[in-house]
Design a protein around this ligand. Structure first.
Ligand SMILES: C[S@@+](CC[C@H](N)C(=O)[O-])C[C@H]1O[C@@H](n2cnc3c(N)ncnc32)[C@H](O)[C@@H]1O
Length: 194
């Protein structure tokens, strides 16, 4: 039988502090991430204050089959790139909620919403481990490069399933480790924050 893999030892509080510090201080990344993850027509309408803060690892919306009228939750929305793309897809009569725990990211996301004039979007402060939404209130959850940042993944998945409606969809992009990382990497705050 193989040995169980060693994992991170950050507590939920430590993980929260690392995330807030790292993502609170993040600077514009250039267009590289946005251009590599999205089709040109998905992002052409977005200002650079959105696209230069694309920090995801994939394009969950491509697989989410979003339909007009659906309520969508973007977990760890950052500056809002997937929130805004989802809002355009589901249309003005639906509701898209961006959730993030880093105040500076929410400030950017809200400023971007003003620029775009989208009325079907709202940004909420909160953690994916305690989502500030009612049970069975969301049709689709998307998340891009975020769940790996939870020190309590079991609790996070319980919360995601709690807020999803029966038959709802969860589509996320994230990093997966296949094998044992060295202790020096597991203990590194910079590696944890990505
Ligand atoms: C790698 S960025 C991805 C941002 C965005 N999804 C994108 O694709 O650009 C991770 C985001 O998740 C947020 N985050 C990390 N841990 C979180 C948690 N426990 N609850 C809510 N948001 C979290 C961070 O503040 C940051 O904005």
């Amino acid at each position: 039988m193989s040995e169980p893999l060693e994992t991170i030892k950050f507590s939920a509080e430590e993980a929260g502090r690392i995330v807030r510090q790292s993502y609170g201080a993040i600077v514009p990344q250039g267009m590289g991430v946005a251009k590599s993850l999205y089709d040109p027509d998905e992002i052409a309408w977005l200002p650079v204050s959105v696209t230069m803060y694309a920090l995801g690892l994939g394009n969950p919306i491509r697989y989410a089959n979003l339909q007009p009228g659906e309520t969508v939750l973007d977990v760890g929305c950052g500056a809002g790139i997937d929130t805004f793309i989802a809002a355009r897809k589901v249309g003005p009569t639906s509701r898209v909620i961006g959730l993030d725990m880093t105040p500076e990211m929410l400030e950017r996301a809200r400023a971007n919403q003003k620029i775009l004039g989208l009325t079907n979007v709202e940004f909420r402060a909160g953690k994916m481990e305690q989502i500030p939404l009612e049970d069975t209130s969301v049709d689709v959850i998307i998340s891009n490069g975020v769940i790996n940042l939870s020190a309590e993944k079991g609790q996070t998945f319980r919360e995601l399933y709690r807020v999803l409606k029966p038959g709802g969809r969860l589509v996320f992009s994230d990093s997966v480790v296949n094998g044992q990382l060295p202790r020096s990497v597991l203990d590194s705050e910079a590696a944890f924050a990505g």
